[in-house]
Design a protein around this ligand. Sequence first.
Ligand code: SAH
Length: 433
Amino acid sequence: MNVSDSELMFGVLERAGYARTDDPAVADVMLVNTCAVRDHAEQRVLGRMGELKRYKRPGDVLGVVGCMAQRLGPKLLERVPQVDLVIGPDGYRGLPELIAQAQAGERAADVAFKGWEHYEDVPAVRDNPISAFVTVQRGCDYRCTFCIVPMTRGPERSRKLADVVGEVARLAAGGTTEVTLLGQTVNSYHDGTYDFADLLRAVGAVAGLRRLRFTSPYPTDFTPRVLAAMAETPAVCEHVHLPVQSGSSRTLKRMLRRYDRERYVEVVAALRDAMPGIALSTDIIVGFPGETEDEFQETLSLVEQVAFDDAYTFKYSVREGTPAVRIKDHVAEEIKTERIGRLIESVRRVAKRKNIGLVGTTHEVLVEGRAKRGELLQARTRTNKIALLDGPAEWIGTYHRVRFTGTTGSTFTAWPLEDFAVTARSEDEAAWQ
Ligand code: SAH
């Protein structure tokens, strides 16, 4: 979502006549887009502020934007003297004015929530011509006790379905074949008339769009309508990121998640039923206040039971102003470190077992670019598995059928099967439908 917000900011600034540079030494305006979900992210931002200070010439503007800006507001101007500008997620439209103000010597902050703001008229400036993020919902109305997001992104609101479809149609006309719809609880999308099921069907019907993903859904918002739309929309990919947070019903209750372990497992079964072969990844927090060893063990057993393909694992981080801060029996840092170690080991073992079982199977992949090291190309399956293969650079942005030839446990090596190259602006739609 931060990548998507940065793309909107580039849009706002480009429209105001700014040119983009990644080199702080030549920039007149430096903006740091920030996350507030964990303290670690915020500490890194403060470190970055120190680095960027060196590049600041008289008249230059250094701004902090996004969730940490929203959380700390004008306090950030007091605490960090080199910062001239603080803007929260609903204030990007005002960037040109606030930059001008800062250039005139007046440090400024805008952290007002604007419940109507969708940046509908701002053309996002995207780097990736193959795959695009499209924000469909801003803010969050859920109240998970550990989470700062509702306080930094404000109330939940959805874009109009027709606006989303219009944006995706423009992207597809420009050659983008994969889109990821974004929202904090994306499947609770509702624009007043249409729900997430309608949105999936409408976006899935856009000509030229071949892969449709979304993140992050909330487990209990997979209604039968949404499941049916997923199953019946060919572009919807067989991968869902389904944050669970904990395998213990008692912990989930204290987190104010709206499901218990059994309900979560039912949702997993319903997804597997609707889309056979679907891959599932998740988010897990260890060391939530009051989490006992037994409760942590339940998280380990859930990883085994669901057999996740992947998981993002986090140590609980105290977020000032959230209800969990007041829960008794905060878990010691050493115990969190020890638990996350065991959890990562468990996640890797389960994923490796699954992935070894996939060696020899065939998949459609979208070639995304060059692999980080070496000469190989990096591609992705519909199930979100990464495969490295040998092929010409012209394959970037195109679809191929491959066979998995090996795995490191997390990623695969693959062999292209035939001349099944389909260009981004594909003529050959029948081949995959
Ligand atoms: N709205 C999304 C979550 C966005 S934050 C959802 O409900 O799925 C992404 C992830 O960060 C969360 O799923 C959670 O696992 C983690 N997270 C959020 N707050 C945290 C905290 N205080 N400490 C540690 N991890 C946290």
